[in-house]
Structure formats: C-alpha cells, structure tokens
Design a protein around this ligand. Structure first.
Ligand SMILES: [Ca+2]
Ligand SMILES: [Ca+2]
Ligand SMILES: [Ca+2]
Length: 260
C-alpha cells in the first residue's frame, strides 16, 4: 500500500502549498487603499486627512485600520484633532441591499455605491472609552460595542464576524471622518481590493505540522527500509504500526543509540 507521506510528489505539493500560504500572508494582508494627501473637503476646525484604509480578515474577525496624514486623538480625548465619523460595511457586496452609506450621505463627492448592512460609529467612543458601537442598519440600533485602538496618527477597529451575521469576511466598505464640526475626508474600497482573508496562524501551524508528520513518516520508513537490510530477521515482516514498534524496540535493544 502506498503511503502519501512516502510519495515524493505528495510531499512536494504539500511543501508548495505550505510555502504559498506563508508567502500569501504578507501580500494578501496588505490590500491598502491609499488616499492622497491634502484632498480634504468641508469646513472643519481640524481637517482629518486620510492616508490609508486597510482591512484584515481572519476566520473570526475583520479589522479596519485607518492611517492619517495628521496626528489624531480619540473622541474621548475631546481635543481639536479628535477624529469622528463612520466605517460603512456592505457585507454582501450588493449596493441594492442595506441602506445608503454614511459616506454617501455626508460626502460632497457623491455616492459610494455601498448598500450597507452595518456601520461603526466613532462618535460613540466619546461615551465609552476604547469602544465603539456597531450599528445594524436594519434596526438602526447598536448591536454591540467593539474595541478601537488609537496611535498618534492611526486607529484600528476589530469586529467579530459573528456580530456581522457570521459573514464570510468578504465585504465592501467605506469610511468618512472629520471633527466635531464637519467631515473632511473619505475612503472607500469599491473598485479596489475587498477585505481579504489571511491564513490564521493555526492554519500555517497545522500545515507545517502535517508536513512535519509526512516528512517524519517518510524518514522513518526510509530508516526502516535500511533496518530491514541490516536486520532482516528482526524486521522482515514489519510494515507499520505495532510490528514497526516491535522492530524498533528490538533494534534499540541491539543498539540503544539508534532509533527509528
Ligand atoms: Ca486624504
Ligand atoms: Ca449591501
Ligand atoms: Ca460577505
């Protein structure tokens, strides 16, 4: 019987798949929407100027990260550069379902072509530090609060996909931000990359583990074949499982420094 782990073609393809998954992580993890500098609009006190809008998806969460050309503060800081606004989510990638996006409603630059099922409301961080509300547009009610993290010029929001109706993680999205007086910049992904899936670390680990097992089994059987040549009486009938264990035990008795 042919063992997959003993087939060099199978081992080769497993290796290629594993390498592909590992190589896919950095490339697919960066579908960044790059937004120009000094493209702000409106009449804010402080113009929030988006630099990048990025999304990352795992099996369980989607994270949106927004980088600005300027320094920002959290809404709860109540500072001049406190950033407020919305991240709009069109989870079925269908503009005819859901409601008109916040971006379309408040941007002077026209429709975002999003029909959104959910949005993240940054304003709500003012009352709940480190958390923002996720709003279901079918009821216009907040269904959950999700964490938001700020740096000097960026923030990121992580949403469990379970809170998005167990969505598959593929979605269109847009964003519009400003200060307490007016919106000043927007970004959207339609026409560009959608949120993409990156392999979970566990996936790569499992893949690497499987490769390890396959290579280990192949190595063990190669060693076993060599042992059969050296100790034909001990190992002539052993193929795998208990027989191989017995053979290994016998060989270790013969040579305690040698293992299969
Ligand atoms: Ca910009
Ligand atoms: Ca939709
Ligand atoms: Ca989806």
């Amino acid at each position: 019987m042919t063992h997959a782990g003993n087939n060099p073609v199978v081992v080769f393809y497993v290796l290629v798949i594993c390498l592909s998954l590992r190589m896919a992580s950095p490339s697919q993890a960066d579908p960044v929407f790059v937004d120009p500098i000094n493209d702000t609009f409106g009449d804010p006190i402080f113009s929030q100027d988006i630099a990048e809008l990025d999304s990352r998806v795992t099996r369980e969460t989607v994270t949106f990260s927004v980088l600005f050309h300027n320094s920002i503060s959290a809404p709860s800081a109540v500072a001049n550069n406190s950033v407020v606004g919305f991240i709009d989510l069109d989870i079925d990638m269908d503009p005819s379902t859901g409601v008109v996006s916040n971006q379309s409603r408040f941007s002077p630059e026209g429709s975002s072509d999003l029909g959104i099922e959910y949005f993240v409301d940054l304003f709500t961080e003012l009352l709940n530090v480190g958390q923002v509300e996720l709003v279901d547009t079918s009821t216009n009610l907040a269904t959950a609060t999700v964490p938001i993290e700020f740096t000097e010029n960026s923030f990121s929001v992580t949403i469990p996909l379970a809170l998005l109706g167990n969505d598959d993680g593929r979605m269109n999205y847009g964003a519009i931000f400003g200060d307490v007086r007016d919106y000043s910049d927007q970004a959207t992904n339609p026409g560009g990359p959608v949120a993409t899936t990156i392999p979970e670390p566990a996936t790569c680990s499992l893949c690497a583990f499987n490769l390890f097992v396959l290579l280990g089994r192949r190595w063990r059987r190669t060693e076993f074949a060599a042992a059969q040549l050296r100790y034909p009486k001990k190992c002539s009938s052993a193929t795998d499982g208990p027989s191989l264990v017995r053979c290994r035990v016998d060989l270790e008795v013969l040579n305690p420094y040698r293992t299969l």
